[in-house]
Design a protein around this ligand. Structure first.
Ligand code: PLP
Length: 408
């Protein structure tokens, strides 16, 4: 049997040690064993995908407390579908018209502090973001209730909120946004893909009244990296999922997603704007299995283990040349992480140089480079496999002992 590493070697690739956390650019998290088995099994049979999506909806509902759910190709795909659903509702003619939004509600209200590069997924539907609030306002919060309410027009289709799970002085609490939006009968869409504590966030934002919450399948839950899931209100999930599922169907034999009659119409919609975000049976089955096994895990024990590993690495790096090593952020999180701070000697340039050397040498080690501009490299421990912590320590010591500018 071909091992994973020999398979990659045949392609001329050298696998890396991932100390960045579950980042999409390194393939996301490791696939959990139940997900791996489910994906393999799903690929061996034919199965109507709407029926499989209906099972996924039930699994997502159980895990999140939402009414329903659907699986798409990532959290970004789910955000795209959430906006499409908010603009069209169950109107099949509106679905067919997208991304032409003429005549549709197409404005999404968002805190200015929540703008981020992933929101391209929202704009790609044809919707427009309407920003409120300030960055760096002298008196917090950077956004006031009335600013949010004043941004609503007769074209508003939804509110968008990025859930980090951490306090943020520049935005209103999600509960306040929900209250204002619901007073105007508007849905709140939450991006939970970057939330600091996935275990809690699965139910938290639905519990706080969010109407649609997007999660990544390949980040925390150990599902396929090409998957994400959207949890939320049943009518909106229906509108989202019919715009993604394959609609090369005949009205006479189509029974609708989840086995229901087509929402708001006896006719199935045409191929929707989300059709290019399709997932196969492998992703849907893998996501269901991953979600069920993730929900059954002891998240506190997993966090404690990652923190213990971080403490061990930090202890062994206390004499690291030219860097101060600690457990305290950024990023401000309780996850297992080691902060390697070069700001006192070499700063951002030195941090970047060490990072490049760690990536280029053998074994290849990828640390999180998000804070290089502050002279900081972060070693994330949740994605380290057994035995890799010692290698990370060894490589860091070796690279920091090298003189600046010394070539490999
Ligand atoms: C990772 C991430 C996404 C995208 O998730 P995918 O599953 O890779 O599509 C969206 N938003 C935030 C905040 C993220 O961190």
């Amino acid at each position: 049997m071909t091992t994973t590493s020999s398979l990659l070697e045949e392609l001329g690739l050298v696998p890396v040690i991932n100390a960045t956390g579950a980042t999409s650019r390194l393939g996301g998290n490791l696939l959990s064993a139940p997900a791996r088995e489910a994906m393999l099994a799903a690929g061996q049979s034919y199965i109507p995908l709407d029926e499989l999506q209906a099972r996924a909806s039930e699994a997502i509902a159980r895990a999140t407390g939402a009414e329903a759910g659907c699986v798409a190709s990532g959290a970004a795909a789910c955000l795209f579908l959430a906006v499409a659903a908010s603009m069209t509702g169950t109107d099949v003619a509106a679905m067919d018209r997208l991304p032409d939004t003429r005549g549709l509600r197409n404005e999404i209200v968002v805190h200015r502090a929540h703008r981020n590069p992933y929101d391209h997924a929202l704009r790609a539907t044809g919707a427009r973001l309407v920003e409120v609030g300030y960055l760096g306002a002298a008196s917090s919060p950077g956004t006031r209730d009335w600013e949010l309410a004043a941004a609503i027009t007769d074209r508003t289709c939804a509110f968008f909120y990025v859930a980090t799970g951490l306090p943020d002085r520049e935005v209103l609490p999600l509960a306040t946004v929900v209250e204002i939006a619901h007073r105007h009968c508007l849905p709140v869409i939450v991006d939970a893909a970057g939330a600091s504590s996935l275990g809690a966030s699965l139910t938290q934002f639905i519990g706080e009244g969010a109407d649609l919450v997007a999660f990544s399948g390949g980040k925390g839950v150990g599902g396929p990296a090409g998957s994400g899931f959207l949890a939320g209100r049943r009518d909106l999930i229906l509108a989202a999922t019919v715009q993604q599922q394959d609609m090369y169907v005949h009205p006479a034999t189509w029974s609708g997603p989840f086995g229901d009659a087509a929402p708001g119409s006896a006719e199935p919609p045409r191929q929707g704007i989300g059709r290019m975000l399709k997932v196969g049976r492998e992703e849907i089955a893998g996501l269901i299995a991953a979600l069920e096994s993730y929900a059954g895990r002891d998240h506190a024990a997993d966090d404690a283990e990652a923190l213990a590993l971080a403490t061990e690495i930090a202890d062994r790096l206390q004499t690291l040349r030219g860097a101060k090593v600690s457990l305290v952020g950024p990023p401000d999180s309780t996850q297992g992480q080691v902060i390697v701070d070069f700001s006192a000697a070499g700063g951002p340039a030195r941090a970047a140089e060490v990072s490049r050397r760690l990536r280029g040498g053998r074994p290849r080690v990828f640390c999180l480079d998000t804070f290089i501009h502050q002279g900081i490299l972060v070693v994330k421990t949740p994605t380290l496999r057994p035995g890799e912590a010692a290698v990370v320590v060894e490589r860091l010591v070796a690279e920091c002992d090298r003189e600046k500018g010394h070539t490999l």
